[in-house]
Design a protein around this ligand. Structure first.
Ligand code: LM2
Ligand code: CA
Length: 504
């Protein structure tokens, strides 16, 4: 592993998609630090193209995935400038929250010239004065058509975006300098966008250049070990495999994302019910990443758009999003309560079509976030997510017993009662206990058997648990007896979670 490092004791990342830097800073101070979030994945900090007329009403979110320059001294984006960015990093760090940057280094723009968000003018998509010129781009100057052709996937153009010649020494060192400059600002890690479209060896070389720039700078005070997670979308039968990239760092595990959504999607289909998740991910998928290198999510900014109907620019994909209400919230309880991977929680702006821009002013500047549940959804504040962050931090790496004959204290489902399999309960050893009732009609009223020490616990989901005051809503206090049992009625489409860090 070149530069990858695990994210530390606070294990949850939240993607504050398209949030202005000032809003991220405020969220770190008022919410994320207190709830125990480990890191924020921020939208790309580079000069991006500005497309007032593209998409659905102009300034689509995706203009930000088209870099024009990597010069951080003059950083200006629709989310703020260099001063805002520095201030954000400092304020998040003060609250114990790291910053991971979405780093777009496979390509530049897909437009025939224009102006970037920091004012850089470029005459065509292969010429960026001061940064890249024609010779720095691959010569297969057409979109990728055949994903079964490795060469094409890595040398032609993703969505028509000018493809950087990542095997060239100059391109590698320029991109390495960009990553080093981000780390100099205090950035703790990188989501490497479009990793599949760069050979693993090219990414390794860029990360080596990053390290060389770091080592050559005596005044450098940033991390020497930025956390790296790569976006290598698994495609069945495709030659470029996520496993090739393991040496560079961690991987977003998109097969896990698909499975979780599918199992939580409906209560009706016997082929897909949540009791099937017992051994997850053992025996699932095609060469899935091990938990210690997988970044897992319920949805992300791409898949949540793919879930839209075709008429709105989507693909009708079976991916749960905030639009699915309780089923989505329960899937997040599973994501955070289960013992697999590093969770990446999605936090969205409201959208109805694929191209909908984030809330903005007329000139395309993103407006400050208010968590109103409409313009900005703030899923990361839902109790099913926010309070499960503390659960995950408290249980650490204590596993779930995945044996087929696991005793009721470790794993239980309504299948044992002749039910359809929409209700599950599981232990994280003696550290935590989770009940998920995804049944749409009936509550789950029973005596649960856990491995928890006796005591008074807060059901942190909806319990308004305050660790400092050791307080909890009276209705959410649960008493675990000396034999590890407690009795509770978990209503339909809801969850319960107890952990040793939330006793009252
Ligand atoms: C990613 N991960 O690997 C991002 O998560 C994904 O959101 C990015 O695509 C993609 N890689 C490239 O960074 C988005 C968006 C595309 C959009 C691109 C570039 O999903 O639709 O492409 O950003 O802005 C757009 C147009 C497309 C056009 C292209 C170039 O939608 O029709 O291609 O710009 O002009 C003709
Ligand atoms: Ca490429």
């Amino acid at each position: 592993r070149a530069l990858a490092a695990p994210p530390g004791g606070r294990t949850v990342i939240v993607q504050l998609f398209q949030w202005p830097w000032k809003s991220v800073a405020a969220e770190c101070e008022t919410f994320l630090g207190r709830k125990g979030y480990g890191a924020v994945q921020v939208s790309p900090p580079h000069e991006h193209v500005v497309l007032p007329d593209a998409g659905d009403g102009g300034h689509p979110w995706w203009q930000d995935y088209q870099p024009v320059s990597y010069d951080l001294d003059r950083l200006r984006t629709r989310r703020g400038d260099l001063a805002d960015f520095k201030d954000m990093v400092a304020r998040c760090h003060a609250g114990g929250v790291k910053i991971y940057a979405d780093a777009v280094v496979n390509h530049t723009t897909g437009v025939s010239g224009g102006q970037g968000s920091a004012g850089t003018r470029f005459p065509d998509k292969y010429t960026y004065p001061g940064t890249f010129s024609d010779a720095d781009f691959h010569t297969c100057r057409r979109p990728i058509r055949d994903y079964r052709d490795r060469w094409e996937v890595q040398n032609c153009e993703l969505e028509n975006l000018a493809d950087l010649k990542t095997e060239s020494p100059y391109v590698r060192t320029r991109l390495g300098r960009y990553l080093k400059d981000l780390a100099s600002l205090g950035v703790d890690g990188f989501r490497l966008d479009a990793s599949k479209h760069m050979p693993a060896a090219d990414i390794a070389a860029i990360l080596r250049e990053t390290r060389a720039h770091i080592d050559a700078d005596p005044s450098y005070t940033g991390t020497r070990d930025p956390y790296v997670y790569q976006e290598v979308l698994y495609g069945s039968g495709e030659p470029v495999r996520p496993s090739e990239y393991r040496g560079n760092g961690d991987l977003k595990e998109v097969q896990a994302m698909n499975f979780i959504s599918r199992k939580f999607w409906s209560a009706a289909d016997p082929a897909d019910r949540i009791h099937q998740l017992h051994a997850f991910p053992v025996g699932w998928g095609d060469d899935m990443e091990a938990g210690d290198r997988a970044v897992v999510m319920v949805d992300n900014h791409d898949s949540q758009r793919d879930a839209l109907p075709a008429a709105d620019g989507g693909q009708d994909r079976q991916i749960l999003t905030y639009k699915k209400g309780a089923a989505y919230r329960l899937a997040n309880v599973f994501l955070l309560g289960w013992d697999y991977g590093t969770p990446l929680v999605m936090s969205s702006f409201g959208f109805t079509r694929r191209d909908t821009s984030p809330p903005r002013t007329a000139d395309g500047t993103t407006t400050p976030v208010t968590c109103d549940g409409a313009n900005w959804i703030c899923e990361h504040r839902h109790s099913e997510t926010a309070d499960m962050v503390g659960f995950r931090n408290a249980v650490g790496d204590t596993p779930v017993n995945k044996a087929a004959d696991a005793p009721e204290q470790d794993w239980y489902s309504d299948r044992s009662e002749g039910g359809p399999g929409n209700k599950i309960a599981f232990s994280r050893g003696a550290k935590g206990y989770v009940v998920i009732n995804r049944d749409e009609t009936t509550g789950w009223n029973r005596t649960y058997r856990t491995r928890l020490p006796a005591g008074r616990y807060c059901n942190v989901i909806g319990g308004d648990h305050d660790p400092a005051a050791r307080s909890c809503k009276a209705t959410h206090v649960v008493t675990v007896a000396a034999d590890g049992t407690f009795t509770a009625d978990v209503p339909r489409m809801s969850a319960l979670a107890l952990h040793v860090g939330a006793t009252v």
